[in-house]
Design a protein around this ligand. Structure first.
Ligand code: ADP
Ligand code: ZN
Length: 207
């Protein structure tokens, strides 16, 4: 099954992707994670990507499409994939149409005020990638691997506003692009509440 998760930054796409990935045994492809890995390499390209991400802007389409194409070639993608954070522009969506068949697009919907609250509270484990919220987790140590949790540079308040503007301008048009191929879910309750209807829907698709 080839799935796209669409939604604003902080809408809960990553959390939902992890649940789908586990239950349906298909890999989560997060372009944000792929870019963070490039930044870690400390190359010339890495420092360019770092600057872009810190500002909340988008990495150029050409580079983004290229890294996704490369990722598709890995063995684990043969049984399907969940795209988390890609496509983010109409140009990326057009490019994707040419390289993969998409079974469904899930739109994760959340009010901007709630997004801002959640992103400001978000902490990430630099060791294993687990995501936490200071709203319900008070320790600064990862419960899975013990690493010290960090706040991503782009989760700082000044950048959050910019990322939401970029979403409105570049990514929200994809809602029309996919039109009746969308399955919409609200993520204003718990992660489990968000996942439940999605799981039922995906199971019915497999039948
Ligand atoms: P979030 O969804 O919470 O914004 P991500 O981890 O998906 O976080 O993305 C972090 C940053 O990585 C983005 O703000 C952007 O700079 C870059 N990025 C991720 N995916 C894409 C994409 N498909 N196209 C362009 N830039 C991207
Ligand atoms: Zn961890």
């Amino acid at each position: 099954m080839n799935i796209i998760l669409l939604g604003a930054p902080g809408s809960g796409k990553g959390t939902l992707a992890k649940k789908i990935s586990k239950d349906f045994d298909i890999p989560q492809i997060s372009t944000g994670d792929l870019f963070r890995a490039i930044v870690k390499e400390e190359s010339e390209l890495g420092s360019q990507v770092k600057r872009i991400m810190e500002s909340g802007a988008l990495v150029p389409d050409e580079l983004t499409i290229e890294i996704v194409k490369k990722r598709f070639q890995e063995d684990d993608c043969q049984k399907g994939f969940i795209l988390d954070g890609f496509p983010r522009t109409v140009a990326q969506a057009n490019a994707l149409e040419k390289i993969a068949h998409i079974d469904t697009v899930i739109l994760v919907d959340l009010a901007f005020e709630t997004i801002i609250e959640r992103l400001s509270a978000r902490r990430t484990c630099p060791g294993c990638g687990e995501i936490y919220s200071t709203l319900d987790y008070s320790s600064n140590e990862c419960s899975k691997c013990g690493a010290t949790l960090i706040q991503r540079d782009d989760d700082k308040p000044e950048t959050i506003k910019n990322r939401l503007e970029v979403y409105e301008k570049n990514t929200a048009p994809l809602i029309n692009f996919y039109g009746d191929r969308l399955f919409k879910v609200s993520s204003d309750k718990t992660p489990e509440d968000t996942y439940r209807p999605v799981k039922t829907f995906l199971e019915s698709m497999g039948e």
